[in-house]
Ligand binder design. Structure first.
Ligand code: HEM
Ligand code: HEM
Length: 175
């Protein structure tokens, strides 16, 4: 297959940010899976890792959206209009998720009356305590977290389908 031209692929910073955010989101999920029972040392360690990975997702996502505003992505590959629409909609959802989900997480901790402790960086408080609102925000954070396992999974499967079955350039544009 011929190499892609710079116009056909995402810019280097966009590529690095896409995969760095992917790894940090995966770490945030992994930390939740591994955290263990309440009161254990494992829970303290993995919860701190979850906070740290999630806040890093937020920081990098802000940089990523700003970079996207500065440097447009390559024009979409030719595809049926319905596929183009689905692809665009899923990308918008993913952008919203990587910004909103960490903010909900931070609110969740603050509304429960705690600062977010970030090892090595100090602590973060953006709102004061409000236990009722905190419960609601926690439910939304957990539901979104569970729903996006599927959205991210479908996004990854679509990319693999393009690469291995359709054999087009979609995945190569971003690696
Ligand atoms: C992209 C980033 C993030 C993802 C994907 C994510 C995902 C999740 C998931 C899947 C859960 C567990 C849901 C369940 O138990 O069913 C969870 C719980 C939680 N997350 Fe996040 N989260 C992210 C960022 C954050 C951040 C930045 C914070 C706070 C600084 C945070 C705080 C929490 C808290 C407090 C819980 C509840 C833990 C408990 O059960 O005690 N999250 N998150
Ligand atoms: C947390 C996980 C992920 C998130 C949040 C995410 C998010 C995104 C977003 C927002 C875009 C749109 C880029 C733009 O138009 O500016 C994108 C593009 C893309 N992602 Fe992901 N992604 C994730 C994981 C993955 C994985 C695991 C794969 C592959 C197995 C993948 C493959 C791709 C491909 C091929 C594109 C380019 C699509 C195109 O050329 O239009 N992503 N991703």
């Amino acid at each position: 297959m011929p190499a892609l031209t710079p116009q056909e692929r995402f810019s280097r910073p966009a590529i690095v940010l896409h995969w760095a955010i992917f790894l940090l989101v995966a770490l945030a999920y992994l930390a939740i899976e591994l955290r263990g029972p309440k009161g254990s040392d494992s829970r303290v360690f993995w919860t701190a890792t979850h906070f740290w990975a999630g806040c890093s997702v937020l920081a990098l996502s802000i940089v990523r959206v700003a970079w996207r505003g500065y440097k447009s992505p390559p024009a979409p590959e030719a595809a049926a209009p319905i596929l183009q629409l689905l692809s665009k909609a899923s990308h918008v959802l993913l952008y919203v998720f990587i910004i909103v989900q960490p903010i909900l997480g931070i609110l969740c901790v603050n509304l429960a009356g705690h600062p977010v402790a970030l090892a090595g960086l100090g602590s973060l408080t953006i709102v004061g305590p409000n236990h009722d609102l905190g419960k609601l925000v926690k439910e939304i954070h957990e539901t979104l977290g569970n729903v996006f396992y599927w959205v991210i999974g479908l996004h990854a499967l679509a990319a693999l389908w393009h690469h291995f079955i359709k054999r087009d350039n979609i995945l190569r544009r971003i690696i």
